[in-house]
Write a protein that binds this ligand. Structure first.
Ligand code: KIV
Length: 252
C-alpha cells in the first residue's frame, strides 16, 4: 500500500457488479462489507450475515473490478479460532478470487490474523467501533485508557501481519497517533483526515441508505433521483405514453 508516498488511499464498499464497476475507476480498495446486512437486507446489525451471502455478493463484485484491491469482510462467527478462520478465509478467496479479507478486532484475536497471513492471505484489521463486537455505537479514544488500548490493538494487528487497518469512529488525536506510529496504512471512517486513507459505505455517500451520521458526506441524493424516475415511469405507463413506437422490438 502507498503509505510511504503519502498519497491518500481511496476506499468504498460495494455489494454488486454494477456499482463495483463504477467505483473501480476511482478507488484503490473496494470492500464487500458486512454492512450489507443493514444496507441491503434490513437487519438491525451485522451479526447474522452468513458466509454464503458474503460470498455470493463478492462473486458479483469481482466481476466489476479490474484494477482495485478487493477486500471481503469475514462475517461474525466465521473466525472464532485460528483453524476455523484459516479454513473460511481460504474458502472466501477460492470462491470469490478476492485479494484480501478483513476481520474486526475483539481486542484479543491477533493470532487469527497471524494464522490467515501465514496461509498467504492478506488481512485488513479493523479497530475502534467494531459493529460485530460492540453493542452500542461510541466514539473511541477519548481517555488515556481507551487510547492505550487502541494503540495496543493497532500495533498487535500490525505485528500479526495485517497489510492495513480500518479505524472506525476514533478521535482525531488518537487516529493521528496511530497513523504516525504504524508502518501499515490506516483507513479512516469517522476518524478524521489524519488517516492514510478513507472509506465510506457507498449507499450512504450516494444518499440511498437513509443513514447519514455526521461523518458521512452525502455526495448525491439518489433516493430523490430514483423516485423521480420511477414516478415518471409510473405516470407514463398509466397514460400509455410508455412504451411507444421507439420501444417496440419489431414491427412499426
Ligand atoms: O462493513 C463495512 O462496510 C465496513 C466499513 C464501514 C469499514 O466494515
Amino acid at each position: 500500500m502507498v503509505k510511504k508516498n503519502k498519497k491518500k488511499i481511496v476506499c468504498l464498499t460495494a455489494y454488486s457488479k454494477n456499482i463495483a464497476k463504477i467505483l473501480d475507476k476511482h478507488c484503490d480498495i473496494i470492500l464487500v462489507g458486512d454492512s450489507l446486512a443493514n444496507v441491503l437486507y434490513g437487519m438491525k446489525n451485522t451479526h447474522k450475515v452468513k458466509l454464503s451471502t458474503i460470498i455470493l455478493h463478492s462473486i458479483s463484485v469481482r466481476k466489476g473490478i479490474q484494477k482495485s484491491l478487493m477486500v471481503v469482510d469475514m462475517p461474525k462467527g466465521t473466525y472464532n479460532n485460528p483453524s476455523q478462520a484459516k479454513k473460511n478465509a481460504k474458502l472466501i478467496v477460492k470462491k470469490t478470487r478476492c485479494d484480501a479479507v478483513k476481520i474486526e478486532s475483539n481486542s484479543k484475536n491477533f493470532k487469527i490474523i497471524k494464522e490467515i497471513t501465514k496461509a498467504r492471505i492478506p488481512v485488513m484489521g479493523h479497530i475502534g467501533y467494531t459493529p460485530q463486537f460492540k453493542k452500542k455505537f461510541k466514539v473511541e479514544g477519548k481517555n488515556d485508557n481507551e487510547i492505550k488500548n487502541l494503540i495496543k490493538q493497532a500495533t498487535s494487528i500490525e505485528k500479526a501481519g495485517a497489510f492495513s487497518i480500518v479505524l472506525e469512529c476514533i478521535t482525531p488525536n488518537t487516529a493521528k497517533a496511530i497513523s504516525n506510529l504504524l508502518n501499515i496504512p490506516t483507513i479512516g471512517i469517522g476518524s478524521s483526515s489524519f488517516c492514510d486513507g478513507q472509506i465510506l459505505v457507498t449507499d450512504d455517500l450516494l444518499g440511498l441508505s437513509g443513514f447519514y451520521p455526521k461523518f458521512v458526506k452525502k455526495y448525491a441524493n439518489l433516493n430523490t433521483s430514483i423516485e423521480k424516475a420511477v414516478k415518471k415511469y409510473s405516470k407514463e405507463v398509466k397514460a400509455k405514453i410508455f412504451p411507444n413506437n421507439k420501444n417496440f422490438l419489431y414491427g412499426k
